[in-house]
Design a binder for this molecule. Structure first.
Ligand code: SAH
Length: 223
C-alpha cells in the first residue's frame, strides 16, 4: 500500500487534534524550538511504523519496528533535534542508526544535507523506500557500521547524532565533526545512559552530560 493510501485510511488516528496533543505534550516537557515543533507536527510518523501500530503513532512512546529495534519516542527525536539546533543553524548532519527513518525525515525538513547509516540491511532498505515515497531527496543513506562514521573519511559534518547508546565515544565520529561541530549521543556508563553533547572547537573537544535517557545499544558490525 502506498503512502497516500495509508494517509487517507489513517484520517481518524492521524487527525490534527491527535497531533496537536502530542505537540502540547512535547512543549510541556521542555521542547521550545518552534521549528522542531512544527516539523514534528508535519512529519507523518504513522507511515514509519507497521500498520497494526499506526493508531499509536502519535503517542509519545517508542514502538517496535522489528529486528529487536524501536522507533524513538517523539520526545527524544524532538529533544535531540533541538540540541542540534542550540548553537544555530547548520548545513550537514550525520545520523548513526537510521532505523525506520523517522528521525531522518525530521532532520531532512530542517537541515539541507542529511546523511544516515544503519547496520541492519532490511531496516536500511525499508527506510530508503519510505523516504522515497515521501519524496524526501536531501538524504543519503548507507548500510554500514556507524562506529566508523560515514564511509568516506574525508567528509566533515556540522552535526552528528547517534540514536543508539554507546559505551565509548567513537573517535572516528569526533574526527568527522567540522570545527564548531556538535555531536549528541546517549552515553552508557555501564549502569545509566546519559544524553551527552560534544562540541568540537579548533583546539578542544568539550563534553557536557545532560538528561538520563534509555536507548537500544549501539552494536558492532552489520546485521
Ligand atoms: N533513528 C531511529 C531510531 C532507531 S533505533 C528513529 O527515528 O526512530 C537505533 C538504530 O540504530 C537501530 O535501527 C539499530 O539497528 C541502529 N544501530 C545500532 N548500532 C549501529 C551501528 N553500529 N551502526 C549503525 N546503526 C546502528
Amino acid at each position: 500500500m502506498n503512502a497516500s493510501n495509508r494517509n487517507h485510511q489513517g484520517i481518524g488516528m492521524t487527525s490534527q487534534r491527535t497531533r496537536d496533543r502530542l505537540i502540547q505534550r512535547l512543549q510541556e516537557q521542555g521542547i521550545h524550538n518552534e521549528q522542531v515543533l512544527d516539523v514534528i507536527r508535519r512529519v507523518p510518523r504513522h507511515l514509519f511504523v507497521d500498520e497494526a501500530l499506526a493508531h499509536r503513532a502519535y503517542e509519545d512512546t517508542a514502538l517496535p519496528i522489528g529486528y529487536g529495534q524501536t522507533i524513538s519516542q517523539p520526545f527524544i527525536v524532538a529533544y535531540m533535534t533541538q540540541l542540534l539546533l542550540e548553537d544555530g543553524p547548520a548545513n550537514s548532519v550525520l545520523e548513526i542508526g537510521t532505523g525506520c527513518g523517522y528521525q531522518t525525515a525530521v532532520l531532512a525538513s530542517i537541515f539541507p544535507q542529511v546523511y544516515s547509516v544503519e547496520r541492519i540491511g532490511a531496516l536500511h532498505q525499508q527506510a530508503k523506500s519510505r523516504l522515497a515515497e515521501l519524496e524526501i531527496y536531501n538524504v543519503q543513506l548507507r548500510h554500514t557500521d556507524g562506529i566508523e562514521g560515514w564511509p568516506n573519511q574525508s567528509y566533515r559534518f556540522d552535526r552528528i547524532l547517534m540514536t543508539a547508546a554507546c559505551a565509548e565515544i567513537p573517535e572516528a565520529l569526533v574526527g568527522q565533526l567540522s570545527d564548531g561541530g556538535v555531536m549528541v549521543l546517549p552515553f552508557d556508563d555501564g549502569s545509566d545512559q546519559t544524553m551527552t553533547k560534544i562540541t568540537r572547537t579548533a583546539d578542544a573537544v568539550v563534553t557536557e552530560s545532560l538528561e538520563r535517557v534509555v536507548f537500544v545499544p549501539l552494536l558492532p558490525g552489520l546485521g
